[in-house]
Design a protein. Sequence first.
Length: 404
Amino acid sequence: MSTVKFKRFTKPQFLKQIGRDFLGQFFSRFSPELAEKQITLPAATLSDDDYYQALARLALSPDGLPEKLIEAAYAIEGMANDDGQERLERAIGEHGPAFTFRDDSTAAEIAMQAWLTDAERFMAIFSEQQLARLAAFDYHGTREPVDRSDSFSTPTKATLELMTADMEEAFRSRNRGQRTCRVEVHPMDGEFWFLIRHGDSYTRVPTVSNGQISILHFRPAKDDVVVYSPLGDELRIHADRKWEKELYRTTLGRRLFGEPDYFSVRKSYTLDPLRLDGVDALDVGDVPGLTKLVLREFEVAWPGEFHDCVIRKSVDVFASAEVRKTTALPESGRLVRAVFDGYFGDNPKPRKISVRLPNILKLGRFCDAALVHRWLMNNGFVAEDTNGQRTGGNITYVKPLAKR
């Protein structure tokens, strides 16, 4: 049973951006499955408005459509945007003429043409995009980190099979099913993203069909992600449960470096460099791709029963303090939050970066995470827990406001 609900295939305006020609080619790839389900597509003789309206109505009830068609359509609408277009165009440069596009193509047409040209490669790129949009990660480092940027390579198939076997046993012992685990690795931007798919707890869901209520029994699939950064020699883990995070931490430590507790240090953030180093804490000279940082806001809190705090905002906190010949940050109280404008590459428009103690980093675009975290590490904003407790670090992706 599909749980996908289309957001854009149900809108005639989006379908018009793809066009009848490409939509016809797309649905023709699933002719046998559609015929088996006795689904009739809109007639070619219909006017444009009637044709697109009829297709949109068909997409409003995806549960009746073939699963492979649902998966492909969901991916196409997910890649029909600026980020998706950039990834598809980058794939042409990296892998040769894998895709071909018409010069006057919209983002939706580009996504559709890419799928029609090489569906397997397209789905792999879509998976990478979905990984990069994940919201929260726990950070795990090592006691003596080593820059492995030049020495670490993609794990072999044999290594992935060993990881899978380790995890399979753990999932089976916790009633997550047998032979449900699969581990894939996706190299992205100098990092290695491990997609871990496995069964979750068995569930039962009431369903209604033709006036009859029945119970659907099934084991849902679950996707977790672990990212290894050779530069920082650290893991970022995206999972819901504590035991899953511990399983991934020890499994990757064992299979990548021969030591289950290789990644034994969890990271937290500190804002002390803003006081100790002042504006120099914003230096990005050794982070190519990150051109400038400006402190826009900070929050200071004091202990006590009243929970006093002060929030200060400015176009540029340090520049303002210099003009007023005063201290940028108060000497007392604990810095608990800071907000920065980050300038990336040649883009003149800044993107918001927010750090809140002990372990929350919010970004306007998650693809900025690697650069921002490198700056945080280089400038002393990332610290181990002094009590030896693993405190964790989270990254949150903040979806930009839709254009009006």
